[in-house]
Design a protein around this ligand. Structure first.
Ligand code: PMP
Length: 416
């Protein structure tokens, strides 16, 4: 039964079969627990991904105003007036789609301009743009690695990195999360082979940071390359917002830097920054790039402006950090388990009861707070959680309402 894995405490990356389709498909489709969960997860918001929005509940059919703390719109750039205006202008000039694969007719000057600006920002020689972040990770790993090579990945790496590894045919070794002894053991196993160490700047479900200085030391000792996924850290960390590699002062030691355009940038897409030769190589061998249509020029136009707005001063980022500190302090004062978060991604760990998780989610939504539950297999079964994404847009009133709903629904129940 897909809902009751006896190995439920295994993290899914150790056991990729967990995400394979169930053998008995009709049992799964008709399972009442699956149906109920989907009615929750498939809910739609009625407005842009703002903090204050409205939802039409699938559960009771009611329309209510909610505070949305599940959105990735960390800096509010998705709806920033200058970003929206720039996207409109690009839409007028180029139309909706680029109507071609990048090596056929899909590459427009607006894509080249954006890729050049991203490379300059990340201080790398060159950049390749993908239409999705997921596709960027799959495509970069699949393009760079092949049978006989070794990928040494943190066990908490995102599914896109794991899928890229599977597609590449390279041997995948997972090391215990942020554990340098375990990383060294895996590097020993890969000794003498072409090896890439893969980590995330900010881990997407836990909000903690990769131990970059130690990871760089070990990778260099074994002659391995380093790939960092800065999906949740670009525009958030480092003095100039270049990410966790900048935060730790190791940018020159990290060969391949991935970022997504769907989170702090407020758009959609992904990119890899690296040296010119590697980017050229990816343009030859990365299938999700060269066999897929180039990004929408309207989105690229908005994203050029988003990069400009986010980097011309640090006010949005400063506000996001101020809000993060406030939320974290108050949640810790309620004795909630926030794991080891060091970022704007704040898990509220509930434990191993899937029923409790869903019932808290429904109660919070009815009270006006939209916090999506994160269940197994996205996280280990013993640490089901809510994952809060703090945004620069949150007002004091929204933060205080959020905290009081969490206290009423989660903290009071846990105490009782
Ligand atoms: N990497 C990480 C660490 C992520 O969290 C995500 C998205 N959740 C991705 C890659 C994929 O990015 P996108 O959603 O932009 O496709």
């Amino acid at each position: 039964n897909i809902l009751n894995f006896s190995l439920a405490d295994f993290f899914y990356n150790d056991n990729p079969d967990v995400l394979s389709p169930p053998d008995d498909f009709s049992e799964w489709i008709n399972n009442p627990v699956v149906k109920h969960s989907f009615s929750f997860f498939e809910q739609e918001l009625l407005d842009a991904p703002r903090v204050s929005t409205e939802i039409l509940s699938n559960l009771d059919g009611k329309r209510r105003k909610i505070i949305n703390l599940t959105s990735y719109n960390y800096l509010g750039l998705s709806t920033h007036p200058e970003v929206v205006q720039a996207a409109k202008e690009a839409l007028e000039k180029y139309g909706l789609g680029s109507s071609g694969a990048p090596l056929l007719s899909g590459t427009l000057d607006i894509h080249t301009e954006f890729a050049r600006k991203l490379a300059e920002f990340k201080q790398k020689e060159d950049c390749i743009l993908y239409s999705s972040g997921f596709g960027g990770n799959v495509g970069a790993i699949q393009g760079m690695m092949r049978k006989g090579d070794y990928l040494v990945m943190d066990e908490k790496c995102h599914r896109s990195l794991v899928d890229g590894g599977t597609l590449s045919g390279a041997k995948m070794l997972f090391f215990a999360h942020n554990d340098m002894e375990s990383l060294q053991m895996m590097l020993e196993k890969a000794k003498g082979k072409r090896t890439l160490v893969v980590v995330e700047g900010v881990y997407s479900m836990d909000g903690d940071l990769a131990k970059m200085p130690e990871i760089c030391d070990l990778a260099e000792q074994y002659g391995a390359g380093i790939f960092i996924d800065e999906a949740h850290s670009t525009l958030m960390f480092g003095e100039n917002g270049r990410g966790v590699a900048e935060h730790f002062g190791v940018e020159d030691r990290v060969g391949v830097s991935f970022g997504t355009l769907s989170k702090s940038f407020g758009g959609v897409g992904g990119f890899i920054c690296a040296n010119k030769d590697l980017i050229r190589y990816l343009k030859g061998y990365s299938s999700p790039w060269n066999f897929s249509c180039a990004p929408s020029p309207a989105v690229s136009g908005g994203l050029i402006k988003a990069l400009e707005v986010a980097t011309r001063d640090s006010s949005l980022r400063d506000k996001m950090w101020e809000n993060t500190r406030y939320m974290k302090k108050n949640l810790l004062d309620m004795n909630l388990d926030l794991g080891g978060t060091e970022s704007q991604v704040i898990p509220i760990i509930i434990g191993n009861s899937g029923e409790k998780l869903m019932s808290y989610a429904e109660k919070m939504q009815k009270a006006g707070l939209f916090l999506q539950p994160v269940d197994f297999p996205a996280v280990p079964a013993h640490s089901r959680r809510f994952r809060m994404s703090v945004s620069s847009q949150l007002t004091q009133e929204e933060m205080d309402t959020t905290l009081s709903i969490i206290e009423d629904v989660i903290v009071k129940d846990m105490k009782s």
